[in-house]
Design a binder for this molecule. Sequence first.
Ligand SMILES: N[C@@H](CCC[C@H](N)C(=O)O)C(=O)O
Length: 299
Amino acid sequence: MTAAPTLAFVKGHGTQNDFVVLEDPAVEIDLTVELVAALCDRPRGIGADGVLRVATAGALLAAGVIGELPDGVGADDWFMDYRNADGSIAEMCGNGVRVFAHYLRAAGLVDGDAFPVGSRAGSRSVVVHAVDDTAADVSVAMGRVRFDGPGGVGVAGLRLTGERVDVGNPHLACVVADLTPAGLADLDLTTGVDLDAREFPHGANVEILTPLEPATDGLDFTAHMRVFERGVGETRSCGTGLVAAASAGLRAMGRDQGVVGITVPGGAVVVTVADDAAVLRGPSRLVARGRLLPEWTAG
Ligand SMILES: N[C@@H](CCC[C@H](N)C(=O)O)C(=O)O
């Protein structure tokens, strides 16, 4: 593979978890750790929490970017090749899948409203409820939610405990008793999170949330959440983290299903948990398209 002399990109976000989208059907871009980190760097590059490369699973397999087709993913399926802002690879990105699906529709790469999106965590079925060139409303079937037992984290000068949750990628979801939305907003997450590598050998995304409150208007419960993402830092939203948080919030109440609306700094989504599986529904926005200057790419 050779580095492309100039890269076309689209910038998008899902509840302000933002991404650089690179359409690369022939898998020609040498998506190195350095290139991803530079693209995502806010002063130096475009600025984003992650990169979504758009290619088919078969093309990524042929180029050696993935070693095998993950569970349920067909060679012709569009595949979200996701990278964190630090250049690391993650298995799944819930907000990213919504933006990816929006991009596929807006670019005319798919026709219908329901289609699969491949990820390293397996196939994810999406439904596009509404779409135009800039805005979409998308549901993603996020697959099984697995609880891996309790875990702990040092954050904001506190020691919190929570549920280790696997949603295709690893999470620690901490429901903090008596935490109010104002108290959550006041937490200082700038010093990062302290996770024990023996407990989290692959790292984890850490969610802090208020206890679920009863709700109306089609929701069973509501909560507020902040997140510190593996490979990124604090972000304004994390789709897989919202699913982990909703599931942990329900579990803290002795429930294993429910419709939970969660507010994050970047907006709000709805998570429907039933039978150990979850559906994430929320917005996507495409905000810009452009082309990197060849000199920047070379540098
Ligand atoms: N923002 C994403 C999650 C991206 C991956 C995560 N940082 C990880 O390393 O697991 C989401 O919306 O789910």
